[in-house]
Design a protein around this ligand. Sequence first.
Ligand SMILES: [Zn+2]
Length: 305
Amino acid sequence: MKTYLALDIGGSKYLVGIVAEDGKILASRKGAWPELTPEAVLDTVCGEAQAVLKETGAAPAACGITVPGLADPARGMWVEAQFSGIRDFPVCEAVSARLGIPCFCDNDAQAYSLAEMIFGCCGNERDFLYVNVSNGVGGSVVSGGRLLYGSRGAAGEFGHCVVIPGGRPCKCGSRGCLEMYAAGPGIARSYAEAGGGTADAKEIAERARAGERTALDVYDRVGRLLGSVIAKGVNILNPSRVVLGGGVVGAFDLFGPALKETVREEVYTNANPEVEILPTPLGYMAGLYSAAAIAVSRTASGRTE
Ligand SMILES: [Zn+2]
């Protein structure tokens, strides 16, 4: 059975593993960056890759790499990560030179959709949206069986849709973006502003499950704001499915009902009578599957871009 080396390079942490073509994870390792420089990233992921290769004795057909921020899959470049000094780093060439395995990279948000098509719940879907909610809100779009990149590789930026005009300033330069309310830090801020005190999104979710009103209200609002943006995406793209991933989706039990209700209220129902909204079945390992999915899709199609 074919195997793939998967390197999921996140903004603060990483997942490295070997994934078989049937979706079985043969070995995996995770950790946080000591610092986010090209050298530190390269040393860390290549060291972990050598460890999982040794552990499994696998001979991967290819290596897939997900990077945060902008990627140029055709040139194998990590173009830019907003929160670090990394710019125009030839990540595929560098990893390939060390490990002797052909490497392919893509932006993490785009790769999540590939992962759903190859390993997740969208193997038979030709039209779906993927929305990732963690420390930010990102996403990607599959239309007619093709992953949409847009003119600058940035299709699917659900997080920068304005939901509260004139609201919280966002790093993108706009105000009131969805990300400022629905991502982890935004949830913590809403909770503090509502008088709940200092807590992170996960802890607020636990308080909501224990019945705390402030925490329940915060998640209800997350659902309504996410639902409103998803409804617009559904009206524009007419998908059959919307898949949600990312750490915050662990609280889907709390915000899912308000999200679904808002989508039902706001979509053009006759055109989208049965759009299904569900959390990813890939869970925490979605990042690893995303990286593996890049390798699978590039080698299967014979493309080098
Ligand atoms: Zn923004």
